[in-house]
Design a protein around this ligand. Structure first.
Ligand code: ADP
Ligand code: CIR
Length: 356
């Protein structure tokens, strides 16, 4: 039967991963044979199985994490696996509860680089999933269209002059325009093999697109990795201005839509690294002296709970000494603390660079 065949394929891919010395993913560390056998026959009500959770990690040996939740219920159904990964990534234990949302006082956030010596730009993003819709692998073509309409409709109701803008569907965008928007760091990339193998790119480019305000400081991604990504960014290091704008953007979306929030895990997203606050606050920064001492750079970032990415996003290299440095944890702390973790950490890195 089909199911037995699939189980065979799954066992083979799992064994290959276990035996692959190149693979160093959290999936490999967290899913031992024993747990694999316990999870192999489980299904969510929507029919998602273990294969749907771990396919990306099995097919991409260079995954950092290697799992996605095909629908919100998967976090429960496969909790033994997700909880281990969530604990390793966020330091959030299985008996902890994500705190209520708290964005704190905006006055506590500063300009990290008033003389514009180190920071090119700063960006804060968060993700949201719309209630009563599964995640990418389970979405039907019709649901992509519904989501696109609902989300772009909510954005069209903006009255805040700074947030007003227009929605650009990927379907009608020229390849030139798409490339320009990606190169300018506004738009998501195309052909992410981690997402493709997670079955997250079906019907692409249908239902996908970007909303951009006039000043290009506020944008919303529709139906890429998550239903919604809300982004605030601008040149320089003014964290307060950027975080303030993000909060107004979130309020705008909340006025028109309802989001999935779990008692224990906070806001639910497709990738477990994004649950909780869903906040990634980052600076695009040059720290030539510190970065030349790779081991010290990485160890310091780690100690400060910061994550270093390349200059074109996750899984890319650094170009011309440019790094994308952000808070690593998003779950088990407040929105205020997530952004503050980036602010304090980057402040320290800049101090170190100055002293070198
Ligand atoms: P995510 O949206 O999940 O944070 P990526 O790492 O793929 O995912 O980044 C998306 C885009 O945002 C990439 O083009 C990346 O270079 C860009 N980006 C991230 N941080 C900044 C920043 N501080 N300034 C400018 N662009 C940024
Ligand atoms: C991976 O496992 O490398 C991809 N599925 C992306 C995971 C998200 N990574 C992260 O650090 N936020």
């Amino acid at each position: 039967s089909k199911t037995t065949g699939n189980v065979k394929v799954l066992r083979k891919l799992f064994t290959d991963m276990q035996q692959n010395p190149q693979c160093n993913s959290m999936l490999k560390r967290c899913l031992n044979k024993d747990l694999f056998e316990r999870l192999i026959n489980r299904r969510t009500k929507m029919g998602s199985g273990l294969m749907d959770v771990i396919r990306s990690g099995l097919m991409n040996a260079d995954s950092n994490i290697g799992v996605y939740a095909p629908d919100p219920e998967a976090y429960q159904t496969f909790s033994e696996l997700f909880n281990k990964i969530i604990e390793e990534y966020h330091g959030f234990g299985p008996n902890e509860r994500h705190p209520p949302s708290n964005f704190g006082k905006l006055e506590d956030f500063i300009d990290l680089d008033p003389d514009k010596k180190f920071i090119i730009s700063t960006r804060i993003r968060c993700g949201r999933s719309v209630k009563n819709y599964p995640f990418n692998p389970c979405l039907k073509e019709k649901q992509y269209k519904e989501l696109e309409q609902k989300i772009s409709g909510a954005l069209a109701k903006a009255t805040d002059e700074e947030l007003k803008g227009q929605y650009l569907p990927l379907l009608t965008m020229s390849k030139d325009e798409q490339k320009r928007l990606i190169d300018q760091h506004y738009l998501f990339k195309e052909g992410d093999r981690f997402l493709q193998t997670a079955n997250a790119c079906r019907f692409w480019p249908k239902g996908r697109g970007i909303f951009l305000n006039k000043a290009r400081t506020f944008m919303v991604w529709i139906n890429e990795e998550d239903h919604i990504r809300i982004i605030s960014m601008q040149d320089g290091g003014n964290v307060g201005q950027i975080f303030g704008r993000l909060q107004r953007g979130i309020k705008l979306m909340e006025a028109g839509l309802e989001f999935v929030r779990d008692q224990r895990l906070g806001y639910l997203t497709f990738c477990p690294t994004n649950c909780g606050t869903t906040i990634r606050a980052s600076v695009m920064i040059r720290l030539p002296k510190l970065a030349s001492k790779k081991e010290q750079f990485e160890a310091t970032a780690n100690k400060l709970n910061l994550q270093i990415r390349g200059s074109k996003g996750e899984h890319t290299d650094s170009d011309e000494g440019l790094y994308d440095i952000s808070n690593r944890r998003r779950l088990g702390l407040t929105e205020y603390d997530a952004v503050m973790e980036m602010q304090k950490g980057v402040q320290q890195l800049i101090e170190m660079e100055k002293a070198m």
